[in-house]
Design a protein around this ligand. Structure first.
Ligand code: K7E
Ligand code: CUA
Ligand code: CA
Length: 645
């Protein structure tokens, strides 16, 4: 074991309360007595390369496998990262690991004025008094839209686990354009877009996004303590309208989600299939499930009217519980048995398998998708015969990535390692070939990794070049900055047989899921078009202060280094809506607009229009100024708001 934490006795008093570190390690130790012994032997072969390669690239590290790019050199991959409970999405360049942008979606962002402007508030959702409905979020998973098995650069989605929301990001402007709250769901966790339609071959791109939910709740939600009435649901969101199309009632709690390349199957790893409400009860069963959804059948059942609705929601809900789906010929769902409390489920790029990681079991399960379809067709007697392998890989397996050469890379949370293993060899070993050496390599990471992903990993074009790992603990890797440590993201070269650790990057808490893909797949726009905004002020001559009773509309444009209005006069008590269009068309010429004491600041990018609404309740002169450096006379770029008594 790498650190004392893992050796802590399960029952030792935990002065800091039930921290996540204690939770995961003690839970795992409780469930792992056997596996731990088995894996201890394998540790001997572990990870010399990590220690040897270290975290600092050697001097002269350059060329195709360099992570340190020279000044002005561009990255070759984009990465879309969930921010964690900062509630936003991060955009990285890879392999450098440089953070290029944070895209606000669920929570306010002071840089761009997300949550301040009317346009962003309309997307985020407000209470009747105009205040934001939510200001916290916990983003875990981000995935992008597919076409023909690879990303098509249209959209990405990201989840908010706290308030059960899913946000869509437009990948042309890198902005959030829609947010949907899932009804009757708590602990919304895994998401995955479908890769094509299960029925219509012409639809070879994403039209649905699947959403798991982790916490069972009473349906409809009432204050009952009887946890036998608590259920989770799996939801399908329309990729275009962002409306919830349907939901499936389940046994157990969803963790991650995966989709097949043929569009026919989606799956979530289910833990707590015993439906316990308390910690101990959630781990009482030795086995849980990878739960498969037959998408075509679910949608046919809804078309036939075989559904109910729950509470105020109009979303059709079908019954996906075990008891209701015993007959394979009519089943909407199939529960494939996997060891207790599984976590990640990932689709291999050869399109054949879903890999389930054991979390509390030191194993990975390989499920063959063709066999799951056979079961639904009545051609496979036992659904568990779809399991092609269940092999030991190490302690605390969470998430799996792929290199397109038949190898899988799984994070081992407790071992603080990434293990590289060969899927076909694991299958051979499971079938009885005890000479099949399926573990190819192990590498130490620092420390306790959650998600990992490889370049193009979950696409048909997995290219096996780079692997990034989101470590939850950095401990000694950075200068100490008080009790809150940076998280540690590490970049590993996986182009060879052995993994090579290339770089450490500190990151603000906290990393979860991400994807890495070739930069050619995106065509970002550098400016807006005036017509993108119905309220655009197309000519500075249209500027002015327009009054309708107590409602005042202020129309302003910006062109470096001036705003079109030098003075804006309103009266105390007016409801002021200020619309600002940036008429500068040049790339990277962004202005800001701040109003002292009125809690207003937002930016307008080239040809972008935004608006804010506030009550002018304080009399006086307020220097509105440009907050975003735009010009040599940026500091002079001002306008006076004069609020008269
Ligand atoms: Cu493993 Cu929420 Cu994807 Cu984080 S989950 S690590
Ligand atoms: Cu305009 Cu700074
Ligand atoms: Ca941490």
């Amino acid at each position: 074991m790498h650190d004392a934490i893992n050796n802590k006795p399960v029952d030792s008093p935990e002065p800091r309360g039930l921290g996540r570190r204690h939770f995961i390690n003690s839970a795992a130790l409780a469930g792992l007595a056997l596996g731990a012994a088995a894996c201890a032997e394998k540790k001997g072969e572990a990870a010399a390369p990590a220690a040897a390669s270290g975290a600092t690239p050697a001097a002269g590290d350059h060329g195709a496998n360099a992570t340190h790019l020279k000044p002005g050199e561009l990255d070759t991959y984009y990465g879309l990262w969930s921010g964690g409970h900062t509630g936003d999405m991060r955009v990285l360049g890879l392999p450098s690991g440089r953070e290029l942008l944070r895209i606000p979606c669920f929570v306010p962002d002071a840089l761009v004025g997300w949550g301040i402007t009317n346009e962003s508030k309309a997307i985020m959702g407000t209470r009747p008094d105009g205040s934001l409905r939510y200001t916290v979020a916990d983003t875990h998973h981000t995935h992008a839209s597919y076409k023909d098995g690879d990303y098509d650069g249209r959209y990405a989605w990201i989840n908010d686990k706290i308030n059960s929301r899913i946000a869509r990001i437009r990948l042309d402007h890198f902005v959030c354009d829609k947010i949907t709250q899932l009804p009757n769901v708590q602990g919304f966790h895994g998401i995955f877009p479908d890769k094509r339609d299960p029925v219509d071959p012409a639809i070879n791109y994403t039209t649905r996004v699947f959403c798991g939910s982790e916490f069972g709740i009473p349906l409809p939600n009432t204050a009952t303590e009887d946890h036998t009435q608590y259920r989770s649901m799996f939801s399908c969101v329309d990729a275009e309208t962002m409306e919830v199309r349907w939901q499936v009632l389940l046994d157990g709690n969803c963790d991650l989600a995966a989709t097949s390349y043929d569009g026919k199957l989606a799956a979530t790893n289910q833990y707590n299939t015993e439906n316990g409400a308390r910690f101990e009860d959630m781990m009482s069963a030795e086995r849980d499930a990878c739960l498969f959804f037959n998408i075509a059948r679910i949608e046919a059942a809804i078309k036939d009217g075989s559904f109910k609705t729950i509470g105020k929601s109009k979303v059709p809900v079908v019954d996906g519980t075990r008891a209701a789906n015993k007959d394979p010929r009519t089943a909407l769902t199939a529960y494939v048995s996997v060891p207790k409390n599984p976590h990640g489920v990932n689709a291999s790029p050869d399109q054949k398998y879903f890999i389930c990681a054991g979390k509390l079991s030191p194993t990975a399960s390989v499920i063959e998708l063709a066999k799951v379809l056979d079961w639904f067709d009545g051609k496979l007697e036992k659904i568990d015969d779809a399991v092609a392998a269940e092999v030991e890989i190490g302690l605390g397996p969470l998430h799996t990535a792929f290199d397109g050469r038949g190898n899988a890379y799984t994070t081992l949370f407790l071992d603080s390692q990434v293990v590289k293993w060969n899927v076909e060899k694991a299958i051979a070993f499971h079938k009885g070939d005890k000479n099949a050496k399926y573990v190819v390599d192990r590498i130490d990471v620092h420390y306790q990794p959650g998600h990992l992903n490889a370049s193009q990993s979950e696409t048909v074009n997995a290219d096996g070049k780079w692997l990034a790992v989101g470590c939850k603990f950095s401990k000694d890797r950075y200068l100490p900055v008080g009790p809150l440590h940076a998280e540690n993201e590490q970049i590993i070269d996986i182009s060879g047989e052995k993994m090579v650790l290339k770089a450490d990057h500190p990151v603000r808490g906290e990393p979860h899921d991400f994807i890495i893909f070739k930069r050619e797949l995106l065509k970002p726009k550098q400016t807006y078009a005036l017509d993108d905004f119905p309220n655009a002020i197309k000519d500075p001559k249209e500027s002015g202060v327009f009054r309708q009773g107590r409602k005042v509309t202020v129309k302003v444009t910006s062109q470096a280094p001036t705003f079109s209005l030098r003075e804006i006069k309103v009266k105390k008590g007016d409801e002021v809506t200020l619309i600002l269009t940036n008429l500068d068309k040049i790339e990277d010429l962004t202005h800001g607009f701040a109003i002292p004491n009125y809690n207003v600041n937002f930016i307008v990018n080239p040809l972008e229009t935004k608006s804010v609404t506030f009550i002018a309740d304080e009399v006086g002169v307020f220097w509105c100024y440009c907050t975003h450096f735009c010009h040599a006379l940026h500091l002079e770029m001002r306008s006076r708001l004069i609020v008269e008594a």
